[in-house]
Design a protein around this ligand. Structure first.
Ligand SMILES: [Zn+2]
Length: 377
């Protein structure tokens, strides 16, 4: 659910956020129940207010990351609050270690700053019980957030700081990610173990919480390591290396029914649409499926195809990693490879599909040592 926009960044609440907001408010209310002078209504309202300020603190933390990212011209796509806190998603990895360091360190600094602000509030209004109670909880929580996030394991901020330092020292992004991801995995396992032990000792809620966060971190750490593996597997490869030279074509006038028959007969999922040897568009199974089956007989390929000007192209020497990212971003399965566009007569020389990229990745990871040797040449 989108709740607004700050600094041009859309802010979202994930559906799981409702659970954590309710649970957090309830636990706070229980904590405030031993306040002698407070009615239940007062306990609830202070609990809700404290909870809101807590999530505002998380948002502030993510905004701190975002402002620094934007300073480096990295677009921030969104900030989402969900069950394990907040996450700012940025369009790309920083290109320099120092940028990653500064983006990462801004979050814990912001939480530390807020801890200071709430300590200040408590000192400024010592006689106001509501302010005292609320700021006491909030300064501790923000301080804890700052410290927890500084643990040196990916994907925590401390892990990013750690990666930035190794990256800066070794100039090797993949190695830095693997090391920070590895320590992230250790921290995750520790949290799962400690949480399990706490549950065993009767501290069920905090124990389970620690286990859940541990699994969440473990997953994210593994994903970052896998991403680096993809990057390495595809390094040095270009579109021409994996493209298939066969470019199936169909005429624009055939009906979708006939096109469906052609797809079923050959198993080919994507065709260029040609008329008088001229390219007019592209047709594939996905586009075919967007039309209800009952209408296949009286619709032509021309009516639903992706028109020529909306087809995404690649050149034979485009790096494969970038091409895969473009395929995933546009949510398409294949892209025509075009050469010789300089003389005006662009020619389609092949197609690259997600499948062919996956195949080469798989093969390269099976022949691991060979790949490493080849890459170091
Ligand atoms: Zn952070």
């Amino acid at each position: 659910m989108r709740i607004g926009k700050i600094l041009g960044i859309p802010i979202y609440l994930h559906s799981t956020w409702v659970i954590i907001f309710a649970a957090n408010t309830y636990l706070l209310k229980e904590q405030f129940a031993n306040h002698p002078g407070w009615s239940p209504a007062q306990q609830w309202s202070v609990a809700v207010f404290t909870s809101v300020l807590f999530f505002a603190s998380l948002l502030f933390h993510e905004l701190a990351h975002s402002v620094v990212a934007q300073h480096y011209k990295i677009r921030v796509l969104s900030i989402t609050l969900f069950i394990f806190g907040g996450v700012a998603s940025i369009e790309r990895d920083p290109s320099k270690a120092i940028q990653e360091f500064n983006i990462a360190v801004a979050g814990p600094l912001a939480s530390g700053f807020l801890a200071g602000v709430f300590v200040g509030l408590a000192l400024l209004f010592p006689s106001n019980e509501t302010v005292a109670t609320l700021s006491d909880w909030l300064w501790k929580t923000n301080a804890m957030l700052a410290v927890f996030n500084l643990l040196p394991g990916f994907p925590l901020d401390g892990g990013r700081i750690f990666r930035a330092i190794i990256w800066g020292a070794t100039k090797n992004f993949s190695r830095a990610t693997r090391i920070a991801g590895g320590s992230g995995r250790l921290i995750a396992y520790a949290m799962i173990l400690v949480g399990g032990f706490a549950v065993f000792k009767g501290l069920v809620v905090p124990g389970l919480w620690s286990v859940f966060i541990g699994f969440f971190l473990l997953n994210a750490a593994q994903e970052s390591i896998a991403q680096v593996a993809i990057r390495e597997n595809l390094s040095g490869l270009r579109a021409a290396d994996v493209m298939s030279h066969e470019v199936p074509t169909v005429g624009r006038a055939i009906s979708l029914e006939e096109y469906g028959t052609e797809v079923l007969r050959t198993g080919r999922r994507c065709h260029l649409v040609i008329t008088d040897d001229r390219l007019v568009g592209m047709m594939n199974v996905h586009t075919l499926n967007s039309v209800p089956r009952g209408e296949w007989a009286h619709n032509s390929v021309q009516a639903v195809m992706i028109p020529r000007e909306r087809i995404l192209w690649a050149t034979p020497d485009e790096p494969l990693l970038g091409l895969l990212e473009r395929l995933l971003t546009a949510d398409i399965n294949q892209m025509p490879i075009v050469s010789g566009s300089d003389d005006g007569a662009a020619q389609i020389i092949g197609m690259v599909s997600r499948d062919s990229i996956l195949r080469v990745m798989q093969t390269r990871s099976e022949l691991g040592p060979l790949t490493a040797g080849a890459a170091s040449k």
